[in-house]
Design a protein around this ligand. Structure first.
Ligand code: NAD
Length: 335
């Protein structure tokens, strides 16, 4: 359904649209923008987003939420567009891979059209997955990636690569002010308990004293960025001079093996859980670490929160969540 938001319902001021606003990063970004004095219009089709995240911000006077699928056109008088809509967890994006690809392509096209019509700046939540199974380590932005076009992750990886292409074509053809951030694994409060991402999975298993499942032998590496650091990077990127488009890596360069991550979670939670191993999923990358030289130079940004501190915050949130004080699982399709 095409949706049009008029100036009457969204009065003049600093107006930002956040697609995927009911998701993990969307929630934290909306919260930050509201604190910074923006009027925030969050949209989401609630496929993995949660109405609890919307409810947590509803009391804010500058906040509005509209259920909308980004693959449909959307009109609103905005100055900034943050395009986050797209399921980020393999469990969810592989559930309906064709929809995932359409979200990446049609969703970006719709948001870029909105940017063209309004003159808004537009941020794209791209991903380290554009590098696929990298042959270069750590990954720099000029590395072009090694991505399967036919594997089960391709709907997301290739979808996000095509999305970047669309962004740069709009920039070249229409002068659209674009900002492309390649986000590496990010974690923190309000991740969904059951969505298969390694940090939330291991924390929830540990808190429930259930076996903690590691893919393969756990020697694959990831670089985990705490959500507050990532949101700061997105805000700085959006505020950066107009001629800085990215793509720019946004992530934490301190690399750990997944096995080390599990050990840290065991130490923080004091769980009785034991580690068990299962086969590596197809096309799961073995190493992942951003080179953030460009972000340091261009955005004067680097992560501030250590893995230890970030994990403590996240464990504390999941403890409250599992005890019923915070949203536990994503509520799918709740209007
Ligand atoms: P998330 O799944 O919590 O949030 C994505 C949101 O998009 C959800 O609320 C979902 O309901 C919504 N959505 C999905 N398809 C949609 C559609 N067709 N129309 C409207 N809404 C739709 O994931 P997240 O971690 O918050 O990720 C946000 C963005 O950041 C995604 O684009 C993701 O690809 C990107 N990203 C995240 C990470 C990470 O580590 N969290 C890493 C790289 C990239």
């Amino acid at each position: 359904m095409d949706a049009t938001i008029g100036k009457r319902s969204f009065p003049d001021g600093k107006r930002a649209l956040v697609t995927g606003g009911a998701g993990f990063l969307g929630f934290h970004l909306c919260q930050r923008l509201l604190r910074d004095g923006w009027q925030v219009l969050a949209t989401d089709n609630l496929s993995t987003g949660s109405m609890e995240n919307v409810a947590a911000l509803r009391h804010e006077p500058g906040y509005r939420f509209i259920r909308h699928d980004v693959t449909e056109p959307f009109n609103a008088p905005v100055e900034r567009i943050f395009n986050l809509a797209c399921c980020a967890s393999p469990v969810h994006y592989q559930d309906d891979p064709i929809k995932t690809m359409r979200t990446c392509l049609d969703g970006c096209a719709n948001m870029l059209e909105l940017a063209r019509q309004t003159g808004a700046r537009i941020f794209q939540a791209s991903t380290s997955e554009v590098y696929g199974e990298p042959e270069v380590h750590p990954q720099t932005e000029d590395y072009r990636g090694a991505v399967s076009t036919t594997g089960p992750r391709a709907c997301y990886d290739e979808g996000k690569r095509c999305a970047e292409t669309l962004f740069f074509d709009y920039h070249r053809l229409y002068g659209t002010p674009i900002k492309v951030g390649r986000i590496f694994n990010t974690y923190g409060p309000r991740m969904q308990a059951g969505d298969g991402r390694v940090v939330s999975n291991l924390i929830v298993q540990a808190l429930r004293n259930k076996p903690m499942t590691l893919n393969g032998d756990g020697s694959q590496t990831r670089s985990f960025c705490y959500v507050d650091d990532l949101i700061e990077a997105i805000v700085r990127l959006m505020d950066s001079p107009e001629d800085f488009t990215g793509p720019v890596n946004l992530g934490n360069p301190s690399e750990v093996t997944v096995a080390e991550l599990a050990e840290r979670i065991i130490a923080i939670t004091g769980t009785r859980s034991k580690i068990i191993h299962r086969p590596m999923p197809v096309d799961d990358p073995t190493r992942r670490c951003p080179d953030i030289t460009l972000a340091k130079q261009s955005l004067d940004w680097e992560p501030q929160v250590s893995l230890e501190e970030g994990l403590r915050q996240t464990v504390a949130w999941f403890e409250r969540s599992l005890a019923g004080a915070e949203p536990q699982e994503a509520r799918r399709g709740v209007a």
